[in-house]
Design a protein around this ligand. Sequence first.
Ligand code: ZN
Length: 233
Amino acid sequence: MSSALVLLSGGQDSTTCLAWALERFAHVETIGFDYGQRHRVELDFRTKIRTRIAALKPEWAARLGEDHTINLASLGAISACALTTDTTIEMGENGLINTFVPGRNIIFLTFAAALAYRRGLRRIVGGMCETDYSGYPDCRDDAIKALQVALNLGMDRRFVLETPLMWLDKAQTWVLAERLGGGALVELIRTETLTCYQGDTGTMHDWGRGCGQCPACALRAKGYEGFRRSPAS
Ligand code: ZN
């Protein structure tokens, strides 16, 4: 068994990734980024998620290591998109939703690799997905694989960038969570994670918290509905 660093934002996908890593690797640390996102409140969910997930299985508690938070305010300052400024979320002329933060995952994974280098962690786990997603180019498998090569060449390491959700739709991501941690993990993710772009924590739906209007809420609601309708659940 190996060690891993999980990108934990406080949302559904990264929490599922944390459970996936805890099931597989002997030592798992987490990293979160504060880049001035308007749904910054998601970061406050991280501590509770870590505590609650460790309580699900004794072996997960034993494997869960340190948490790291990195300030990337300069990324928010230069990107000026609907995720970091008070702009209406809408589709851009280029067919890309204006919540796209250019280079975000490249920067996140590069900072994660720099930390993993220092901490001696080999695997870096992220919730990037190109199956049921917002079309962000840096979520695609080819972008991640190219970055893995660049990081390994540039740092002279053998990092493995793991993206367990890459080929799953949102309903299948719920199925994966249920397989990893049963109904207790599904319930933890439903009630204790925040995916909403508006950072709306006050409104509770059957699929979890959120405004119910933004694209992230729409994806999450559709995925949960698909999960509940699937024969496995
Ligand atoms: Zn929302």
